[in-house]
Design a protein around this ligand. Structure first.
Ligand SMILES: C[S@@+](CC[C@H](N)C(=O)[O-])C[C@H]1O[C@@H](n2cnc3c(N)ncnc32)[C@H](O)[C@@H]1O
Length: 247
């Protein structure tokens, strides 16, 4: 694959296409959790939740319902679970993933996390399965998996569905990140999917101009969705619904 900083790559990732056994996919997801730790991947999402709390945008008097789309191994929700417990914030957490083996791996890794529910579903076919509208929708390393108008449909859905706000935590398409991650993945001997899909994910990821176009197409006022760069090489989009009284 040739890396082109000017446009998103369209090659599919191995983890989305290759038929592998459960243990193989679980090992890949475990290594992805290790990538998240090594690259400080939870900080942007936890930082967003801290901001929502600080600004009084979280409902009080009942558990805050947070949904993680494309939850994979579930490590982001477990990090949120620990974060909330440390602060005495009551939460109800839901992970959604279309891959049954991701859901199984997340469930098996979360036996000590009673506040998390796992749903196996394509997020574009969620229908009524969530019941009440969640308060907050987050995703990590998910949007770059979407092709065509997928990112736009996803942002529209979050805007319509989340009561209080939403947060996209994803990668920045950047040559240093592309070549640097390939070297890091070899150094850590991460799973072959991670070695292959990591640089490809960066090539499939976004730049600021991509997100500006997506947000503009959703007709959310640009001033209401915030683009945030996080070290190293994450580009995140946040939305806090300041016009809604959280209850
Ligand atoms: C790269 S993994 C990210 C996992 C995790 N969020 C993390 O930060 O490590 C992307 C996940 O999104 C899931 N996924 C892809 N398309 C999806 C869709 N349309 N609906 C739900 N899950 C999806 C995949 O099965 C995979 O588990």
């Amino acid at each position: 694959m040739r890396f082109d900083v000017c446009r998103r790559a369209s090659e599919p990732e191995l983890m989305d296409t290759e038929d592998c056994g459960y243990e193989d996919l679980r090992d890949c997801l475990r290594d992805l959790a290790s990538v998240n730790r090594v690259t400080l991947g939870y900080r942007p999402t936890l930082g967003f939740l801290a901001r929502m709390t600080r600004e009084g945008r979280m409902p009080i008097g009942r558990p805050v319902h947070i949904v993680d789309v494309g939850s994979g191994y579930g490590d982001t929700l477990r990090a949120i679970h620990r974060w909330a417990n440390r602060r005495g914030i009551e939460v109800r957490l839901t992970g959604i993933d279309l891959n049954p083996w991701s859901i199984r791996a997340a469930r098996e890794a979360s036996l000590d996390y009673p506040k998390i529910t796992w749903i196996e579903r394509d997020m574009f076919e969620l229908d009524e399965v969530l019941g009440d509208r969640p308060d907050i929708i987050v995703s990590a390393l998910f949007t770059h998996h979407l092709d065509g108008d997928g990112p736009l449909r996803f942002v529209r859905w979050m805007e319509d569905t989340a009561r209080c706000g939403w947060f996209v935590n994803d990668l920045l398409r950047h040559p240093v990140s592309y070549w640097g991650f390939a070297a890091l993945a070899r150094l850590f001997r991460w799973h072959r999917f991670v070695q292959h899909d990591g640089p490809l994910s960066i090539a499939r990821a976004f730049r600021r101009s991509d997100w500006h176009s997506i947000v503009a197409a959703t007709e959310i006022l640009e001033s209401k969705a915030r683009l945030e760069s996080w070290f190293p090489f994450r580009l995140c989009v946040s939305r806090v619904k300041t016009d809604v009284i959280p209850n």
